[in-house]
Write a protein of this length. Structure first.
Length: 262
């Protein structure tokens, strides 16, 4: 089993369905093009597989337009998987459809039962701690319930604040390696990454912050050349993946998979 916070042997993804065009969004920037989203999703999955990881691709859930953003439904750690309780009412039912896939790999599965809410997009797991951002989708009660589980597993949880108007904590940051974070300047200014090495997104490229380090690659959304160049100069092997259609639904690289080494 890989012990690093960015080395994985497995991932679970879910293909977008036709209903994705009705997905949640903070701002209407147009209807996503399903065919283009499917092409981008296939590129994403192929890149994960290129690392040697085993990727489980789940079928679309037409009753849940946002189900492609599978990361929000669970937190996967070496000790077990924790089923989340999404803050968007229309997404709560997604969790039950993810649980059977996780049970294939985990004997220990816990669940956030409420009344609080918490989504995986607000959770950044580093080599030293689990950072959880309070947001419109993650509340104090949800964080407290997660903390009780993580305490029993020996993981330190630190609660931080998501910037106003930002959907998820990881909308503005991602883990690049055990001690390095990619972040927007607005999030880093809060001081939440004190003690880490921080690489900032290029000016005007804040949407590039939601990337993932998956084994040897950093997968980042295409179309942000300044940030891509910065990461390459820092020694990272960058793969740029089309994300234009998921971005219409406030989705990014981390949202599209559950990553683990069970």
């Amino acid at each position: 089993m890989a012990n690093s916070s960015f080395e994985f042997t497995r991932a679970i993804t879910r293909r977008p369905g036709r209903s994705v065009t009705a997905g949640l969004r903070a701002e209407d920037t147009g209807t996503p093009d399903l065919a283009l989203m499917l092409a981008h999703h296939a590129d994403y999955v192929a890149t994960l597989k290129e690392t040697g990881a085993e990727v489980t691709e789940l079928d679309p859930l037409e009753d849940f337009p946002d189900a492609v953003f599978i990361e929000d439904t669970a937190l996967c750690l070496p000790e077990g998987a924790i089923l989340m309780r999404p803050g968007a009412p229309s997404r709560i039912g997604e969790v039950a459809h993810v649980a059977p896939a996780l049970r294939r790999f985990y004997g220990n599965i816990r669940e956030i039962t409420g009344p609080g809410h918490i989504e995986g997009g607000d959770i950044l797991t580093t080599a030293r701690e689990v950072l959880v951002g309070r947001s419109a989708r993650t509340d104090a009660a949800g964080v407290a319930e997660l903390k009780a589980i993580l305490d029993s597993w020996g993981h330190a949880l630190r609660e931080v604040e998501t910037p106003p108007g930002v959907l998820h904590f990881k909308t503005d940051c991602s883990l690049l390696d055990g001690d390095t974070v990619l972040s927007t300047r607005r999030l880093d200014a809060s001081g939440c990454f004190r003690g880490y090495r921080v690489i900032h997104t290029a000016e005007g490229e804040e949407a590039a912050a939601n990337a993932i380090r998956f084994n040897q690659f950093v997968l980042m959304p295409a179309g942000f050349p300044g940030t891509a160049e910065t990461l390459r100069k820092a020694g990272y092997e960058v793969r740029e993946i089309g994300n234009s259609e998921c971005a219409r639904l406030d989705g990014g690289m981390s949202c599209l998979s559950l990553r683990f080494s069970a």
